[in-house]
Write a protein that binds this ligand. Structure first.
Ligand code: RUQ
Ligand code: CUA
Length: 632
């Protein structure tokens, strides 16, 4: 645990509770799972993926402040690749060629929290994975055709702390974003943080997705009070066109939030009608701020409502039917289940308990279905599509399985009865994920618990202990931990996708390469000088570069366009230039460009960095750089 915003308060509470619960309390529900693989042989058999065989699911898990996304297989839990997004990654040459350098801009890192898969008709369509950057207010699109980051959008105007995303709507119309932080808007304006409640604002942003290309653009924004929006989810079925976020600072405190933002027993969740927001933009009911059409929800009724939720809530998760919305009260030992059909009725009847800055607050008691006593420190809820919900409990370090409504009169009278099972995790779980939980048809079968502290679960590697994930089989009545593995830091949310839902390409087809500087045969290659710019069209093929000698003068600018003309799978070439900090990796059929200034004279070898053939070591050449003034 290194970067978890909500931990300090919880840790204090956890410390207070530790004498009661220990760090691995036995579940208190009627018959809790033990969390031990009762039958280790059976667990091993169920997670063993024999050499040459492949996993059934992809797990895309966020890398937090590493700025990356990691991919593992389920059930083996083997880490199979890293997709660099917001930081350089020498392994794939990401951030070294001109295109990816430009995408990264001046930032060297990002903070990835919540990957969101693109959807069509409420189901994963296997096209894109969107990830947010909490640190620099950006959002990125990974193409699942080649597992590469293809766009980074941002910093998003009028949006500070892009934590409440990436929540994808039913047909990937939008990725929705809400702000964790508030600042004086538009950005760049100064106000004293003591004037927080008056001068600071947050926002909800609709990031528009081009249905063909996936290209993202800023669609519109809703200006909000400075409430510290937290996690969210999008609607479906009856709640189609809506989205929900919790918030944790209804007090609008600007300092010592640990104490000052936890005063009230209920905080306000946002209930957003994004279709109404879209319509408001169309009707011109907006003001432009920093180039974005911005809606004031007090002036455009119907776009935003508030819903009171206990207490300093965190996750708010719409179930697969779209009717039930479960909000986790971090500091209340319950999950509040709201009925969206009742929310709609309350809105229609104007059944409001008050208003907050001109926006109606829906009457809590009219729309609550029940408060399920899941346990201490609930954070996030996922669904198996079979009428069960699974909530992560940070303080108790367990996952609680509970039964969704509709409940019987007897269950209603004592909601302890809908708590079905608890399983310990090691330790301090944050997110959990079930494949397709945010779609209309979850896969069920497995749950991955992403834990914030591992407390010695792995071989010691010094003070920075490996994080921990656990694979839990949820196909039976009782949950069962079947595998445990280290997780690259810093685990947040993840998405699970059926392996056969996508068919990534293995080479870039030559016919698709539209780079005007691509070369496919030796005669097309060459070196051209324009003044002190030297432009090289280079070709890479087993096991040579053409050209392999480039004459330069000190102070020249060198531009290399290199094409890997291979069309066989896995035949990758690299271009490392010694003492020039150049590291390109060129996949079969790709062309990449790099620009460097020849700052010093000498001879600089270049070589292939990817072992490509028996004569890979021979795949090398020279930059020969003459000094500006010939030595006497
Ligand atoms: S938050 S541990 Cu950054 Cu996803 Cu809930
Ligand atoms: Cu090309 Cu090694």
């Amino acid at each position: 645990m290194k970067n978890s915003h909500h931990l300090p308060g919880l840790l204090a509470l956890a410390t207070a509770l530790v004498s009661l619960t220990g760090c691995n309390p036995p579940g208190k529900s009627p018959a809790a799972s033990t969390g031990k693989a009762g039958d280790a042989t059976s667990a091993a058999a169920r997670t063993y993926v024999a050499p040459g065989e492949k996993d059934e699911f992809y797990l895309f898990y966020s890398g937090g402040h590493s700025g990356q996304v990691f991919v593992a297989g389920i059930p083996s839990m083997r880490h199979i690749t890293t997709i660099p997004v917001f930081g350089k990654y020498p392994g794939t040459g990401y951030g070294y060629d001109e295109e990816t350098k430009k995408m990264l801009g001046d930032y060297t890192w990002g903070d990835v929290h919540h990957p969101g898969l693109s959807k069509t008709n409420g189901l994963y369509d296997g096209r894109w994975l969107f990830v947010n950057d909490n640190a620099n207010n950006r959002i990125a699109r990974i193409d699942l055709r080649d597992f590469k980051t293809r766009q980074i959008l941002g910093p998003i105007p009028n949006s500070m702390g892009n934590h409440g995303s990436s929540f994808v709507t039913t047909n990937s119309e939008y990725v929705l974003v809400a702000t964790r932080f508030s600042v004086p808007l538009p950005k760049g304006r100064y106000a004293d943080p003591a004037d927080y409640a008056k001068e600071f604002n947050g926002s909800v942003t609709g990031i528009k997705i081009d249905p063909k290309s996936g290209t993202m653009s800023v669609g519109w924004q809703i200006l909000t009070p400075p409430l510290d929006w937290d996690l969210g989810s999008t609607g479906k079925g009856p709640s189609e066109g809506w989205a929900f976020w919790t918030s944790y600072n209804t007090e609008m405190a600007h300092d010592q939030l640990e104490a000052n933002s936890t005063q009230k027993d209920r905080d306000l969740a946002a209930v957003v009608n994004w279709r109404a927001a879209e319509a408001a933009v169309k009707d011109g009911k907006v003001t432009m701020m920093d180039g974005v059409p911005v809606i004031d929800p007090a002036k455009v009724p119907g776009v935003l409502y508030y819903l009171p939720v206990p207490k300093s809530p965190h996750g708010i998760d719409t179930d697969p039917s779209g009717r039930w919305i479960a909000a986790s009260g971090k500091l209340a030992p319950v999950v509040s289940v709201f009925d969206f059909t009742k929310i709609q009725a309350a809105i229609e009847k104007k059944d409001f308990e008050s208003d907050f800055r001109g926006v109606p607050v829906i009457r809590h008691d009219s729309v609550i279905e029940g408060e399920v006593p899941v346990g201490l420190g609930p954070l996030h809820t996922q669904y198996d599509g079979l009428g069960n919900a699974y909530t992560s409990l940070f303080i108790e370090s367990v996952v609680t399985k509970w039964k969704m409504p509709p409940w019987t009169a007897e269950e209603r009278a004592d909601l302890n009865k809908v708590v079905l099972d608890k399983i310990p995790v090691h330790y301090s779980i944050g997110h959990l994920v079930i494949g397709g939980s945010d779609t209309t048809k979850p896969y069920g079968k497995y749950l991955v618990a992403m834990n914030k502290l591992s407390k010695g679960r792995h071989l010691s590697v010094g003070p920075s202990q490996p994080e921990d994930s656990e694979l839990i089989d949820i196909s039976g009545k009782k949950m069962e931990t079947v595998y445990e593995t280290f997780t690259e830091p810093e685990p947040h949310f993840a998405q699970i996708l059926k392996a056969d839902a996508i068919k990534p390409i293995e080479v870039y087809p030559k016919a698709e390469n539209t780079d005007p500087d691509a070369v496919w045969s030796a005669p097309e290659t060459g070196v051209v000088r324009h003044g002190n710019v030297v432009e090289v069209k280079m070709l890479a093929i087993r096991s040579h570069f053409t050209p392999d000698k480039i004459e330069l003068n000190e102070g020249d600018e060198l531009v290399i366009h290199i094409t890997n003309v291979e069309q066989s799978p896995d035949m990758i070439h690299g271009l490392g230039i010694v003492e020039q900090d150049v590291n390109l990796v060129i996949d079969p059929g790709e062309t990449k460009t790099v620009r460097i200034k020849m700052k010093k004279p000498g001879v600089f070898p270049f070589y292939c960095t990817n072992f490509c053939s028996a004569l890979h070591q021979e795949m090398q050449g020279y930059l020969a750089v003459k000094p500006l003034v010939a030595a006497k």
